[in-house]
Design a protein around this ligand. Structure first.
Ligand SMILES: Nc1ncnc2c1ncn2[C@@H]1O[C@H](COP(=O)(O)OP(=O)(O)OP(=O)(O)O)[C@@H](O)[C@H]1O
Ligand SMILES: [Mg+2]
Length: 273
């Protein structure tokens, strides 16, 4: 089943930021969206969640789980109902620092409970149990009553993942979820996203700077360059050589290999390019 459908997405701010972008994501896929800084990854993710609309009057269409998010630059009327099924994870975690970890996870339920309960911060016992279970899954149950601000960056990102689990989102959009983390925390967070994808069958799009990480975790990769889709295919096809032909100088930064034995190859390719 098709989980995400993007067709002819075009967005201009002062310049063209997304240019005729089309791709589909099947239900249960774990897809990496890569590209150099400024290539339009975050803008694309914001269009998927309906936070930004495409150019008015363009042929742009986005649907998620068969429901329209936006069409020709206009949000769909029932976009709220679809948004509940789309969970977002951000580079800066977006937790409420002064609230407890548990409350931050409970916030994931706000889209599906009556508004008055949200305003009063009134959650049922069942919701609290589910939030604790979500914290259990990310290994942070014992931190439930700490303030979010008192956790490390890696732990805060795991709370953000627990919040998405609480939301029971079917689609997870993670924009640079590991860009602010040390390598070990980054691995833990990517392992968790992979596990949620595999065990729960959630559809996940993750934007990444590191091509290594994209190739390690994501069977399919979409690469943007200057707002256009430059590559859409299996990770095996995105070789270092293809990376260099697509990204030229930017590839050097993106092929930030963890393994030192690969660096000479990168240098050779860079010199050749
Ligand atoms: N609201 C806006 N108004 C004007 N320009 C914008 C706006 N949002 C994004 N842009 C421009 O769109 C381009 C793409 O930005 P975007 O943040 O999507 O890139 P990115 O691929 O996510 O980059 P990074 O890897 O640095 O996160 C940039 O040139 C940016 O300045
Ligand atoms: Mg970005």
């Amino acid at each position: 089943m098709n989980a995400i459908h993007v067709d002819k997405l075009t967005k201009h701010f002062n310049t063209k930021v997304l240019d005729d972008v089309s791709f589909d994501v099947q239900s249960g896929e774990l897809l990496a969206l890569i590209g150099p800084s400024g290539s339009g990854k975050s803008t694309l993710m914001r269009h998927l969640s309906g936070l930004v609309t495409a150019n008015k009057g363009s042929d742009s269409n986005i649907s998620i789980l068969g429901n329209s998010i936006q069409s020709s630059g206009k949000l769909a009327k029932d976009v709220r109902a679809t948004r509940v099924k789309v969970g977002c994870v951000f580079q800066q975690f977006n937790l409420v620092n002064r609230l407890t970890v548990l409350t931050n996870v409970l916030i994931g339920a706000l889209g599906t409970i009556p508004a008055w309960r949200g305003y009063l911060g009134f959650f049922t016992q069942e919701e609290k149990v589910r939030a604790l279970d979500a914290l259990d899954r990310v290994g942070l149950r014992e931190h439930a009553h700490k303030k979010a601000a008192h956790l490390s960056g890696g732990q805060q990102q795991r709370v953000a993942i627990a919040r998405v689990l609480m939301q029971e989102a079917d689609v997870i959009l993670a924009d640079e979820p590991i860009a602010s983390l040390d390598p070990r925390s980054a691995r833990v967070v990517m392992d968790m996203l992979e596990k949620i994808n595999k065990a729960d069958g959630k559809t996940v799009i993750v934007t990444l700077h590191q091509v290594d990480v994209a190739r390690k975790y994501c069977p399919r990769i979409v690469a943007l360059r200057e707002g256009k889709v430059f590559f859409n295919g299996a990770r095996e096809q995105l070789t270092d050589e293809v990376m260099f032909s697509l990204y030229e100088e930017d590839a050097k930064e993106m092929l930030n290999h963890e393994s030192p034995e690969l660096s000479p190859m990168v240098e050779t390719l860079a010199a050749a390019g």
